[in-house]
Design a protein around this ligand. Sequence first.
Ligand SMILES: [Zn+2]
Ligand SMILES: [Zn+2]
Length: 120
Amino acid sequence: MTQYCECCKSRKPLVGFDRGLRNCADCQATGEVARKEAAEAQARQQAKEERKRLKRKKRRAPRQRTCPVCLQTLSISGDRLPPHVNGRRAPCDGSNQALPVARTDALDHRLPGSFETGGR
Ligand SMILES: [Zn+2]
Ligand SMILES: [Zn+2]
């Protein structure tokens, strides 16, 4: 008769087996249980902090740019404007454009509304 030990991940004789903790006699004797539990607790803690870190990172990740064509604020994931539609639900001419330089005076060269009558 054997029981699966959660600690050493193998089947062990029932003799001395702790059914509550699901640890075999060997693991209880060597203190392996406590050691593994401590390691697991540490791993859990690390995973938790890692998740927290990723979450913080993620929240900062989406960059926002204003499309120079339709002036919508878009979330940027690459180095191009994502495909999007303008106010008339037509694909915007700014879709897939390289990102505008983050300087407002670059935008001033475009006449406002010059793209709005494109009708394409
Ligand atoms: Zn064991
Ligand atoms: Zn646009």
